[in-house]
Write a protein that binds this ligand. Sequence first.
Ligand code: F6R
Length: 366
Amino acid sequence: TYSQYRHYMQKEIFEQPCAIQNTIAGRLQSDFIDLSELGENINILFSKVQHVQIIACGTSYHSAMISRFWLEKLANLPCDIEIASEFRYRELVVRPGSLLITISQSGETADTLAALRLTKNYSGYLGSLTICNTEHSTLVRESDFALITYAGSEISVASTKTFTAQLTLMLILITYIARIRGMEHVIFHQIIRTIEKLPRSIEQILSLEKEIKILANKFIHKKHALFLGRGSLLPIAMEGALKLKETAYIHAEAYAAGELKHGPLALINDDIPVIVIVANDYLINKVKSNIEEVHARGGKLYIFAEQNTGFIQCKNINITLLPKTEPIIAPIIYAVPMQMLAYYIAVVKGNNVDQPRHLAKSVTVE
Ligand code: F6R
């Protein structure tokens, strides 16, 4: 019940195992994926796709970024992503066999809708599909196909459970498309097994609440923060920075860790916390050397990394240990500590967490 929680944002963070379970239910079977809700001709359409264009805004755009990573890796499909407010005012050059995907919690975001409507004037698109949390929304009505994230209604202005539900559904969809296009049986099954584990893995992450609450106190007087990530976790660094800005009112910027030495390294001092999200994948050693670059210049590091990856706590390095995670779902799971961190900083600062100043839940005007 809500009374257990102080804010909707907290409740919605804690509802994520359930939101994901509801989004998986019926779609993920023991040895296949059921997307028959898309109609019987969908496999023909998916086998024709040569390019995917994803359009979204804000947090939903971060889902698009991670989806591109999966589309390339699992389905070997080229993908372009863009924020709707830019896409709609560019001269469109449509690639042959392009599938348009929009991602939205509300299904009413003006720019995303306008982008969808714009593409209808071009014959090059194979069709439009929306990943949306609101079944009876304009975006769902106007798209050729829709997949609903069953995260339940989200009251807090800052999106949390709808983000991880979007990601889960995108991973299911992309794995489905990849299988049609020749993904090996063994890998297909491995991914199904991995997705099934998501609700449980997120439950484990939620048990970091106390630790993150304590960490939050170190941020209350900070004016700036830098988030670093690489690969599929760069969008999670961006999502962490967005959550921190909108709920805790701390200026935060996310950077691809490899870009540090091209400019932002000049900012490093002991007053700007540097939050690094590390996946235990092929990029781990690269991230480690980026961490060293910050450390050597006196930066204060807050590292979120898996156990047994060799990070050592010291004066300027705080480590939050995360449970062992398959790299493919790391972005979904690692989003959660970022949400919790922003939430608890906002709480200690006494902000109006669910209704941040100047913001609206649904951005229905341009
Ligand atoms: C941030 C947030 C916004 C929305 C954006 C798109 O926490 O909630 O950035 O993600 O306004 O909204 P939807 O997903 O409804 O299209």
